[in-house]
Design a binder for this molecule. Structure first.
Ligand code: X6L
Ligand code: MG
Ligand code: MG
Length: 172
């Protein structure tokens, strides 16, 4: 009770991308006061923003947590660091990126954290995996479902099904 459902965007475009996504999921499962409840399929996606970099794998994970948004951000940042994230080029290649896309229906606008994620509404690499696990969700302040938003961007941004993430340690 009083747990909040949050959606996290995962991205990787360096090294064994699928392995980095999988290790991020496992690390999230090890966070106290947080439960991983849904895993989207994995998509391979053309880079957006800074385009001269390798293709990404992207996925979305739903978690239930009683952490605050800022504590959750500290946890995801620690996982990024533990998986070798280096911040050299802004929007550049990364072993793992973990973004807080949504935190319940909260709207957060602080120097540290902006939720909903600023680029969520138009990014196919986020909307398509999100629509797989939360199609009927309506974003805070919005009026369209994630399914409808995903339909608008489907096929536009070079996003294609790639594979699945595993739940069990035996599969890692
Ligand atoms: C104008 C200005 C147009 C900025 C686009 C878009 C900036 C996206 C940053 C932009 C702009 C981003 C991923 C990615 C990045 C990812 C794929 C970002 C941050 N992360 N491309 N590009 N997947 N496919 O996870 O999202 S850099
Ligand atoms: Mg990020
Ligand atoms: Mg990102």
């Amino acid at each position: 009770m009083s747990d909040i459902m949050a959606f996290l965007g995962l991205g990787s475009n360096v090294g064994d991308r699928q392995s980095y996504l999988q290790r991020a999921v496992r690390a999230l499962m090890d966070v106290n006061d947080l439960r991983v409840v849904m895993l989207s399929p994995v998509y391979e996606t053309v880079p957006v923003g800074y385009v001269d970099q390798p293709p990404f794998l992207n996925a979305v994970v739903a978690v239930q947590t009683r952490l605050s948004a800022i504590r959750l951000l500290a946890e995801t940042a620690a996982i990024e660091t533990s998986l070798g994230r280096r911040r050299s080029i802004v929007w550049g290649p990364r072993t793992i990126d973990i973004d807080i896309l949504l935190f319940g229906d909260q709207v957060i606008a602080t120097p540290e954290l902006t939720v909903p994620h600023p680029r969520l509404r138009e990014r196919a690499f986020v909307l398509l995996p999100l629509a797989e696990i939360a199609p009927d969700l309506v974003l805070p302040g919005g009026n369209m479902t994630v399914r409808a938003l995903a339909e608008q961007v489907a096929g536009r941004d070079g996003v294609q099904p790639f594979g699945k993430l595993a739940w069990g340690c035996g599969e890692l």
